[in-house]
Design a protein. Sequence first.
Length: 372
Amino acid sequence: MVLINLWYVAEWSATVQDEPVFVKMLGQNFVLFRDTANNVHCLSDVCLHRGGSLSGGWTSGDCVVCPYHGWQYNSAGKVTFIPSEGRDFPIPGKARVDSYPTQERYGMIWVFLGDAPEEERFPLPEFPEYDDPKWRRLTSEWSWKADAARVVENGVDLAHSSFVHPVFGRPETAEANEIVKIERGECWGYSENIQYPPKFEGGPLRRRMRKDKQPTVTKPAYHLSGMLARIQIDINDRMSILMFDCNTPVDEHNTRTFATQLRNFFKYRMFDAGSKKRLHKIFAEDTIILERTAPAYLPDNLANEMSVKDDRFISGFRAARRKCIEEKGWKIDVAAMHAMEHNKAMAIPSPMRRQYRDIDWVLDPVPLVAPQ
């Protein structure tokens, strides 16, 4: 299940330099490129002439150039030059592809994929620890053959750690784990939990960090912008780990996670490799579970699943997502989209379509499921 009218992370900022970069999100193709002022832009990755991929081309000044016939598109998606027609050729008004709002924040490129006006868009999640010198930061990636909503829900789920992640819990302490606080907004949720994980394994430094079954505070949070799953683990009074994972739907079956991990201890570079190894071990443990869940998509409601008290926090994520589907009509009709995709190029509708309502846009918008 994929939704429009949300911010998604398209790429790491450092990846987009002098050449156009291809990305796939929500089942559609996009091109990222920088202009001469170093601002990053995102367009639909299809030339209106003969369907060339703009990301396979190059930049010229503030434009991206199609490699097929050299058509140039500016940051607003407007064709500015058609070489075969010459400089004096009057460019038709409909010679335009969708251009999407972007922001660079937290070392990532965020793209708003939808046509909602600015005042109706959810904000980006706050991440004040990102530049705080008290934290040591590292980044990583993970790819899942799973629905992005499934990945988010797993990332903030309290109960699974006792069975899936030995470093965080064990089955005999599952009943003792408890949710002690829940806060919610329209597009976000936050909770605080008490868990009783085992003593750390490894060298003497790690073994001294936490006693066996020592009460540990975990603080999961979700945000619809970026399909964010965030969790802070307060190992003891002085040591905490924070994970800020943005989960971008490549399509309805695949998710790309942009992971930022911070720690306020062992802040020397020499400890980074071990931290990343443990992060990947956690992702690998979750992958075994998520890639075999049924149904593949997170259900829109709880009618076909049983829930218990430990699910009351993640039920808020489902409710926020369900409102986007049932009331706002932001869900892509992927069946209808796939039925047409080999015969026509489509685009996620951008805010430009509200601005230029009189244009006969060449690319049709992706089909959406009507609100209920």
